[in-house]
Design a protein around this ligand. Structure first.
Ligand code: GDP
Ligand code: MG
Length: 556
């Protein structure tokens, strides 16, 4: 394929505006997948994506499209919409020259629409606004076009109105991709140079890297070097993603595809790394800004014997999600483990779920915290306000964009859920880091029968300590099952107890219900009890369900 017949683009949007559905139609129309009723978000391959109905992982698909008698190669990357995964979006953009910015014809511009627009705008990509869901009864594309003009300064004539669900006018989107997005440039005669923009660990084949070829060509058997470690590899396999791997003989400048080169260690395939040919060294690409972790939590194996297995699972999954930071950590109660940093709470939950589903790992996650800087001086005396308004921009008569400065711990856990329910789903929310600020904070411990549970120690604002302590005790009471003895749950600041709940003792013989001699029923009950136990964590002599560590932090 000549470079000028190649287009590389991303689909970006606020969550649920129809990115994955549009990707389905584009795949169907270009023959990458058969047309059937069953194609629903086919690029959302992970179990966690299917269960939650959201995209968490960018996916690449190469499409063949003919237009005006010419054959084109279109490389499409579907991206996640939720704020926690914007790092995934910015990495994907580095392999593209343009984006389809999808906006729901009913909801109009939302927080993530704005955030994603600026990611594409700063990367100087061609932006094609696509108004989706025009089939909806309340669709108001005129209003959305006015918003686009006002907020993004894009003329309304450039907007394409479609229904991704019904396939209406989707052909126009493909035409716009060919006509409005520049080709990737570069020449097959240049030295080989490729950007690693994603990678995966495969049990049998080792590292599978997704690359965008910036210049030159590469084929099976070539000796290539990774700039990061200066290690040399031989190319075993390469090809296109359609979206399934489709092996080819060569990859050329402008193409996006995968490459397998005998990298066995996850540390060898850094995302953002540059690959080049051993004989023709090149200047490495700038790579990516490291992601900035916002939420931290401890992760521990259920049993210390599972420590090596969990370590390798975490290493492999972080290869696939380089925005997670990992540090070794240990705890008196839970043994050796790690302290992981995430971009948000959903990100943390998804990571945990993927560990369990894709790597069969069983983990205990401690309650999430946000980073603080402790400065021991009178500056802590400064009274901090908890939310400071910064700016107000009216998008149109019905919609307003508010900017506030908030302490991160106030928004990280459930602010988003709360905002959604308060506004009946109308408000949307995005955030970025605004650096550290002084505040009046104190450390609060949670005690179980007098023994502090260090995983639940939190830093709270002084004014909030009583209500937080009370709420945490109440929630712990709900999630700790009654046991053979009474359990006192207390919240304390230093030696001062500020809240208490009690879990009453109880005697339960699970077999008591089994009158008669039905042995299979007895076995079933015993098995269920054993399974229940597995999800428990013993602290002192108390069994605590492992999800208690997260649920305790969610406010009602
Ligand atoms: P994403 O989060 O941006 O990837 O959004 P999805 O593609 O997963 O779509 C979110 C929801 O909107 C799904 O229930 C889709 O069926 C629905 N949807 C997507 N496109 C359309 C459309 O054109 N019309 C209607 N009525 N629904 C749509
Ligand atoms: Mg999606």
């Amino acid at each position: 394929f000549p470079v000028d017949k190649i287009r590389n683009f991303c689909i970006i949007a606020h969550i649920d505006h129809g990115k994955s559905t549009l990707a389905d139609r584009l795949l169907e129309m270009t023959g990458a997948i058969a047309k059937t009723e069953k194609n629903k978000q086919v690029l959302d391959k992970l179990q966690v994506e299917r269960e939650r109905g959201i995209t968490v992982k960018a996916q690449t698909a190469s499409l063949f499209y003919s237009h005006d008698g010419q054959e084109y190669l279109l490389n499409l990357i579907d991206t996640p919409g939720h704020v926690d995964f914007s790092y995934e979006v910015s990495r994907s953009l580095s392999a593209c020259q343009g984006v389809l910015l999808i906006i729901d014809a009913n909801q109009g511009i939302q927080a993530q629409t704005v955030a994603n627009f600026y990611l594409a705008f700063e990367a100087q990509l061609a932006i094609i606004p696509v108004i989706n869901k025009i089939d909806l009864k309340n669709a108001n594309p005129e209003r959305v076009e006015s918003q686009i003009e006002k907020v993004f300064d894009i003329p309304r004539e450039e907007c394409i109105r479609i229904s991704a669900k019904l396939g209406t006018n989707v052909e126009a989107v493909l035409q716009a991709v060919v006509e409005r997005i520049p080709h990737p440039g570069g020449s097959v005669d240049d030295p080989f140079k490729a950007l690693v923009f994603d990678s995966n660990f495969d049990h049998y084949r080792g590292v599978v890297a997704n690359i965008a070829v910036i210049g030159g060509r590469v084929k099976k058997g070539d000796k290539i070097v990774s700039a990061h470690l200066s290690k040399t590899y031989e190319v075993n396999e390469l090809g296109l993603l359609r979206p399934e791997e489709h092996a080819t003989q060569k990859l050329f400048a402008g193409q996006v595809g995968y490459i397998i080169a005998g990298m066995k260690d996850v540390k060898e395939a850094q995302i953002g790394d540059t690959l080049y040919c051993l004989e023709r060294p090149v200047q490495a690409l700038p790579g990516f800004k490291p992601a900035k972790a916002m939420v931290f939590a401890g992760m521990y194996p259920m049993d210390q014997s599972e420590h090596p297995a969990l370590r390798s699972a975490i290493e492999r999954l972080t290869l696939n999600d380089s925005s997670v930071t990992v540090q070794r950590d240990s705890s008196l109660a839970l043994g050796a483990g790690w302290r992981l940093g995430f971009l948000g709470l959903l990100h943390m939950e998804v990571f945990n779920q993927r560990l369990e589903q894709e790597y069969n790992a069983s983990v205990i996650v401690t309650s999430p915290t946000v980073p603080y800087k402790a400065i021991l001086s009178s500056a802590k005396l400064i009274k901090s306000r908890r939310g400071v308004q910064k700016s107000v921009v009216y998008i149109d008569e019905q919609r307003v964009m508010l900017k506030y400065l908030f302490p991160l711990n106030e928004i990280v856990v459930d602010f988003y859920d709360l905002l959604k329910s308060m506004s009946s789903g109308y408000a949307s929310f995005d955030y970025e880091n605004a650096d550290y600020q002084a505040a009046d904070l104190i450390k609060m411990d949670i005690l179980l029968n007098g023994r502090p549970v260090e995983e639940l120690t939190t830093i709270v604002h002084r004014e909030r300590a009583y209500s937080m302590g009370k709420a945490m005790c109440e929630r712990l009471k709900e999630s700790i099952p009654r046991q053979m003895f009474e359990i006192a749950i207390q919240a304390a600041i230093g030696s001062k107890v500020i809240a208490r709940e009690t879990v009453k003792a109880f005697r339960k013989n699970v077999l008591a219900k089994c009158y008669g001699g039905d042995i299979t029923r007895k076995m079933k009950l015993l098995k269920r009890q054993a399974e229940g136990k597995k999800k428990m964590r013993r602290i002192g002599n108390i069994d605590v369900p492992k999800d208690a560590f997260i649920s305790v932090l969610k406010r009602k």
